[in-house]
Write a protein that binds this ligand. Sequence first.
Ligand SMILES: Cc1ncc(COP(=O)(O)O)c(C=O)c1O
Length: 400
Amino acid sequence: MIKVSRRAASIAPSMTLAISAKANELKAAGVRVINFGVGEPDFNTPEHIINAAKDAMDKGYTKYVAAAGLPALKKAICKKFKEDNGLDYEPSQIVVSNGAKHSIFNALFVTIDDGDEVIIPSPYWLTYPEVVKSCGGVPVYVQTSRESGYKMTAEQLERAITPKTKMLILNTPSNPTGSVYVREEIEKIARVCVKHNILVLSDEIYEKLIYGGEKHYSIAQVSPEMKELTIVINGVSKSYAMTGWRLGYLACAPVIAKAISSFQSHSTSNVNTMTQYAAIAALEGDTAPMEKMIAAFGDRREKMMKILDGYKSIGLDYVKPDGAFYVMLVVDKLFGKSYKGKKIEGSMDVADLLLTEKQVAVTPGICFGDDSTIRLSYALSLEDIKAGLEKIAELAREAE
Ligand SMILES: Cc1ncc(COP(=O)(O)O)c(C=O)c1O
């Protein structure tokens, strides 16, 4: 009998697979499914970015380049960190990888030893625990609450620290909650991390997608000591509608960047060369298409919240999201009720009923460590958002 490694066996299959397979089956049968499950912008990559990739190919830039990234791209990334975050990094502290997900994997691979604990505030992006486990680490969850806007406090963090704690994963703006940590909250968390010498993997992939006057603040900005302990993760996927291009990057202490560069040089090598030229155009080119996209997300968020405010009377609640493009809809008042003879016991049942009875696809909160909610993305048209929310409300009204 063939046995996979212990590490591979520890990785959970995606809980969303069953739901998305069913949604695809319905679509293939010609049923129109409204999909709140999307995790990527419903906008095309801006034309000037596409042209930069075409231009690179026409010029023959189709060969291997430095494993950690093109010098010109690293320079553009350093400029971005300086201008957007007030952070000074040398190009040698930057590593460009195949998407932010790959950057996260690399960062954990070179810092986590067997048995090291990694603190993850919950609800969390479902990839974090699986990457931690695949690198031999142990995920330690800190449960946040609706009352705190799904944000972990410094006190909660300090309570979760043990002699084995190696790292905290902080994600702001957050997938799935949309919460944005403000400067004071981050400063308090940083104080704890510096005191206990804990690394922070700061996933800032949704940095540009912030609404309602909130501002992004990176934990690396707090102090030179905190910057030394921080691995900042970012990329072009969400901000520039470039999810399929696969380019993420990180910035960190030279010793970590060097280890990641070496590892990447023996694993995937460089991100495809034309995508790197496209990323330079994204970071340095016209920001108007990105601003238009952000404005559209902001408008949908406002309208969605207005509709959801009207649903409190039917037992559906939510925590105001300030960033990314997700809302967690609290559905636990439906638990214990039935719909067409099916008992609703958790978020998976709600997601299943919405799909089969209302043709609406959502992601059950249990995938993110919070069974009381379902996650709704607003990376879909306003028309679909309105029609889909109405169907969710119908189910809530009809359940008894
Ligand atoms: C919080 C978070 N981090 C990282 C990523 C990965 O981004 P990329 O597509 O660049 O790998 C995602 C994508 O869904 C995400 O939601």
